[in-house]
Design a protein around this ligand. Structure first.
Ligand SMILES: Nc1nc2c(ncn2[C@@H]2O[C@H](COP(=O)(O)OP(=O)(O)O)[C@@H](O)[C@H]2O)c(=O)[nH]1
Ligand SMILES: [Mg+2]
Length: 637
């Protein structure tokens, strides 16, 4: 296939852009009657040039400041810019503005064409060349060719064609990593054909017969026919000016700024996070709540900015992170460039690059971490970008569809990135859905903790109902995550899932008859002993199990958990009834003494116990605020 590139003109009004394109191609790109009548370019125009093994599509843009919005509808998709400067006027305001726009859009190739050579002498020509060099110094045009031509005499035009051939040979083919996208810059009805749209096919291919989606409307359309460079074709490729005859849609429903994309692949957004650069010449900072015009693809939308940087502003000449809420839906993916213009007066104040096309509202205290994530997204490591999206999705997870909509990557690119992210362990894949390793670990931990807490609360319950777990921690997650977390924990030996309940492996299940008998007799032992509590091993022996039986201890724990036994000190346990009775008697005693005081000796007598029990019991009663220590005595409260 012959190589195709798209060259956009740029420059001040009346500097000879349209005349230059005509001198090169023989085509008058001013196609509107009003353009012909007034002799100025209002909207973008198109022309083609066949240079043998290179095909050049020209997008001729209007220079007038009032029509910058039209200029932007064409400028987004160009490979190469021809910055046009008239020799007799030199650098003018829109020379600068168009040049700024090219830089903000990330255009990386081009040349400077000085027109109207026939109107100036050598001295003036040198001056213009110097000014052109000054303008482009340090930019992508720093070392670009500068050529002087005259559209009137034809001088320099052949040489210019040679330069274009050279630039064409150096311009790389468009990346094959992105799915088909055609931002629509024109739509009209052709008698006998129906709706026709044109645009620069910025990625992918369109074939005759394809079914595509018209966004943001979401209408399905069929490709009835295709034209590239004025000729009927079966396939149009990335980087070509393409006209598409669409079936399934009325041309009245199509407007500039809409896009064609594969069905179900991209999704319009109204809130995205971006890295934004404000021009040094901008009259003021970009601030939160400011209303701006966003030009993205061929679309122009109004948006409200929220500056995510500390201080809430981005000063002229600076860059920073911004959230943009658009007033109508637009198609945007990671890495898309856009231009920001002031709402009024309309002038270009900056531009940026989309990072998170489906941003969430960041709370003030989360701004620092949001900035860190966005900063990391500016890189070019796709596995890392994918991991960051997965991280941002939290326990909701990141399905492939979400990744497609955020990136515009082809399936091959996505699979490669997923593979790499899995290999480095940043993400986990659960039945096709990605989740960050931390989120997955957190879900697991929450489940384990909740099940443990349940056992603690209800030692006799078999386990926690699956549904309770699901509702508590997986309400916003895909069901696949729940299944996977449970089976993961089962494999690790942390949990056992049984029909409708989940339990810790070490949790003793509902008591067998034998255990119930043991539990009952253990309780009886303590109840009968009252305040002369046996030691633990004695109690276990009396209850009929081994003095050191770990099983017996678990049964004892059940009695403690249920509140029947109370741990007073170390391994000294009392039946609750005995403690309640003691408290009652203590209060009766206090009622008969004006100072409500009792000393250890009197307490021993009252309870009928030895010192061994008396001290721990008094300390326990202090702690429970039944008594208060006062020197050697206790005051009954
Ligand atoms: N003498 C001379 N006039 C030119 C040349 N190129 C363009 N012009 C004239 O300059 C005016 C503006 O040209 P145009 O191509 O419409 O400028 P644009 O606004 O940049 O597209 C027209 O009257 C052209 O005829 C040139 O090389 N030499
Ligand atoms: Mg023009």
């Amino acid at each position: 296939m012959t190589k195709s590139i798209i060259i956009g003109t740029a420059g001040h009004i009346d500097h000879g852009k349209t005349a230059l394109v005509r001198a090169l191609t023989g085509i008058d790109a001013d196609r509107l009657p009003e353009e012909k009548r007034r002799g100025i370019t209002i909207d973008i125009g198109f022309a083609e040039l066949d240079l043998g093994d290179l095909r050049v599509g020209f997008i001729d843009v209007p220079g007038h400041e009032r029509f910058i919005k039209n200029m932007l509808a064409g400028a987004h998709g160009i490979d190469v810019v021809a910055l046009v400067i008239a020799a007799d006027e030199s650098v003018m305001p829109q020379t600068r503005e168009h040049f700024d726009i090219c830089r903000l859009l990330g255009i990386s190739r081009g040349l400077v064409v000085i027109t109207k050579k026939d109107l100036v002498d050598d001295e003036l020509m040198e001056l213009v060349q110097t000014e052109a060099r000054e303008l482009t110094a340090g930019s992508f045009l720093d070392n670009a060719p500068v050529i002087a031509v005259s559209a009137r005499t034809g001088e320099g035009i052949e040489e210019l064609k040679n330069i274009l051939r050279e630039i064409g040979s150096q311009t790389p083919a468009r990346s094959a990593d992105f799915v088909t996208r055609l931002p629509i810059d024109r739509s009209f009805t052709m008698r006998g054909f129906g709706a026709v749209v044109t645009g620069t096919l910025i990625a992918g291919q369109i074939n005759e017969g394809d079914e595509l989606e018209l966004l943001p409307a979401g209408t399905r359309v069929r490709v009835r026919g295709l034209q590239v460079h004025g000729a009927q074709v079966k396939t149009a490729g990335a980087g070509q000016r393409t006209a598409v005859n669409l079936g399934g849609v009325d041309s009245a429903a199509i407007e500039r700024g809409m896009s064609l994309a594969p069905v179900g692949r991209l999704r319009p957004t109204q809130i995205f996070d971006a890295q934004v650069r404000i021009l040094p010449e901008a009259p003021r900072s970009l601030r939160s709540r400011q209303r701006v015009r966003v030009h993205i693809g061929a679309a122009e939308v109004l948006a409200r900015a929220r500056v995510l940087e500390e201080g809430g502003e981005i000063k002229p000449g600076q860059a920073g992170l911004v959230q943009l809420r658009t007033e109508s839906p637009v198609v945007a993916v990671l890495g898309d460039r856009f231009i920001i213009r002031a709402y009024s007066p309309q002038l270009t104040i900056g531009g940026g690059e989309v990072l998170d096309a489906f941003a969430s509202r960041h709370r003030a205290r989360e701004l620092a971490s949001a900035r860190a994530v966005l900063q990391a997204l500016t890189g070019s490591d796709r596995a890392a970008q994918l991991s960051l999206f997965a991280h941002g999705a939290g326990n909701v997870g990141l399905p492939r569809a979400e990744l497609r909509a955020r990136t515009g990557w082809t399936d091959e690119v996505i699979e490669a990135a997923v593979k790499e992210a899995l290999a480095v362990g940043k993400v986990v894949e659960v039945e096709g859905i990605l989740i960050s390793r931390e989120s997955f670990a957190e879900l697991k931990q929450q489940v384990v903790d909740e099940v443990s807490a349940h056992h603690q609360r209800e030692p006799l319950s078999r386990g926690l109902a699956r549904e309770v777990l699901r509702e508590r921690f997986f309400a916003h997650s895909p069901t696949e995550f729940f299944r996977s977390v449970i089976s993961n924990l089962e494999k690790e030996g942390a949990l056992i899932a049984e029909k409708d309940v989940v339990r810790r492996r070490e949790h003793t299940r509902a008591l067998s008859d034998e255990d119930t008998r043991l539990k009952d007799s253990l309780e009886k032992v303590y109840k009968a002993a009252a305040l002369s509590a046996p030691s633990l091993s004695e109690a276990l022996e009396r209850a009929g199990t081994g003095a050191a039986s770990p099983h017996g201890r678990k049964i004892l724990q059940l009695l403690i958990d249920s509140g029947a036994l109370v741990k007073v000190h170390g391994e000294m346990f009392f039946h609750r009834a005995a403690l309640d009775d003691l408290t009652k008697r203590l209060r009766e005693y206090a009622g008969q003494h004006a100072d409500r005081a009792i000393d250890v000796a009197a307490f021993k007598d009252l309870a009928g116990i030895s010192r061994k029990y008396a001290i721990p019991l008094l300390e326990y009663l202090d702690q429970k605020r039944v008594t208060r220590r006062e020197g050697d005595r206790r005051i009954v409260l």
